[in-house]
Design a protein around this ligand. Structure first.
Ligand code: C5P
Length: 397
């Protein structure tokens, strides 16, 4: 599975360092070429000889070794993947800021290979706002994070922060280095809030920023999908996917319908207006003429229309931004719109939904319900696409 893949295994100074021995052995057994890098903290917990004996080459510890004057660039450039296991609060924070002061942090900054971090620390540290924020930023840069488990910690404590199981860590490495679970799949994503014109300068809009849709498009792209993005807000310049810029619900409807036949998966993350003015004034409405009477009519419900006409092999995902009765409304929409999955968020909660970089959702399917606690929108995107992949594989068996 990992035949010949070059993995830099960074081990930092936490009690979980002893479990990195098992991870190292499993990676070598799977055929990987493992180059271990131990921090000085790690050496308080585990022996250099153990890793040198198990890995594919001897342990490296310092930027100032005699063999190579610039070991971090050799390691960073030659790696197919850098795995940090365990990742302490210190290495997470240094990596977030690009502070490169030992061989491991220098290698992390010097690599373009995918990076997998396996945080492990006491619950208080894991839940600290600084650590969560640093991990959010790293996740938004595409770093893979293997969330810790709950369980026994050092000193007899129990809680969240225990290093993930070695099997889960190795499975993540295999997934990241694998061909991508959405190769050959076309994913259409909508993003942003529509604008319904009242006159040439004014519109009725909503607070959607498009960030959740962009995170979905980026995640689908990185998992090998061909991505079609229909958005009201220009995406980040490096997104690199087919993009259709629209403004109104009617334009979004037209763009989605014209491309949906090619899509295996449609994710309607956009906040589409439910109503639009019946008439749009040709010239700017004048204040002196008094408050205008704006008569509204319903827009086409794009998701519901796709739900009525979907192919048996298509997966439809809707979003529901709610302020009350969130779960009941989401389940109702799942059925009424004939979607396969419905992602519900309570936009009245702090840090959730519109304009934020973070989100907290519940993914509803006809036979599943999954909570995704408050986290970066990229990790929410990952959970949504994991649910899509699980739905497709359940349907094909
Ligand atoms: O019914 P409601 O607007 O709350 O449903 C939200 C879901 O339906 C979102 O996925 C949204 O993109 C989609 N929708 C749509 N067309 C509309 C309104 C909402 O596709 N006109």
């Amino acid at each position: 599975m990992l035949d010949g893949r070059r993995i830099v295994l960074g081990v930092t100074g936490g009690i979980a360092a002893y479990k990195a021995v098992e991870v190292c052995r499993r990676l070598v057994d799977a055929g990987a070429h493992v180059s271990p890098v131990l921090t000085s903290g790690a050496l308080h917990f585990v022996g250099e000889t153990t890793f040198s004996a198990l890995a594919s080459e001897p342990v490296q510890r310092t930027l100032w070794g005699e063999d190579s004057p610039i070991p971090h660039t050799r390691l960073g450039q030659g790696a197919d993947l850098v795995l940090v296991c365990p990742a302490t609060a210190r290495v997470i924070s240094d990596y977030r800021t690009g502070r490169s002061h030992d061989l491991l942090t220098a290698t992390l900054v010097a690599t373009r290979a995918p990076v997998v971090l396996c945080p492990a620390m006491h619950t208080e540290m894991w839940e600290h706002a600084a650590i969560q924020e640093n991990l959010s930023v790293l996740a938004s840069r595409g770093v893979h994070i293997v969330a810790p488990d709950e369980g026994r910690l050092a000193g007899g404590d129990v809680g969240a922060g225990r290093l993930a199981d070695p099997a889960r860590i190795v499975a993540t490495v295999e997934r990241v280095l694998g061909p991508g679970d959405l190769v050959g799949t076309t994913v259409l994503v909508t993003a942003g809030g529509t604008r319904e014109a009242i006159d040439p300068v004014r519109f009725i809009g909503n607070r959607s920023s498009g960030k959740q849709g962009f995170a979905l498009a980026a995640e689908a792209r990185d998992r090998g999908a061909s991505v079609i993005l229909v958005t009201t807000t220009p995406p980040p310049p490096d997104l690199g996917v087919e993009t259709h810029l629209v403004e109104s619900a009617a334009q979004m409807h037209q763009a989605v319908v014209s491309r949906s036949a090619d899509a295996d998966v449609v994710v309607m993350a956009a906040a589409v207006a439910d109503f639009t003015p019946v008439e749009v004034a040709d010239s700017k409405l004048k204040k002196q003429e008094g408050p205008p009477r704006i008569v509204l009519e319903p827009t086409v419900d794009i998701l519901a229309e796709l739900g009525r006409s979907k192919r048996a092999d298509q997966v439809l995902v809707g979003f529901a931004a709610e302020t009350h009765d969130v779960a009941a409304n989401a389940r109702d929409k799942l059925v009424r719109k004939n979607a396969d999955l419905l992602v519900a968020n309570d936009v009245s909660a702090p840090g959730v939904g519109f304009e934020h970089d973070t989100n907290e959702v519940v993914i509803h399917g006809s036979e599943m319900e999954q909570n995704v606690p408050l986290t970066d929108k990229r990790l929410v995107a990952r959970a949504v696409l994991d649910a899509v992949v699980a739905h497709r594989s359940a349907r094909s068996t």
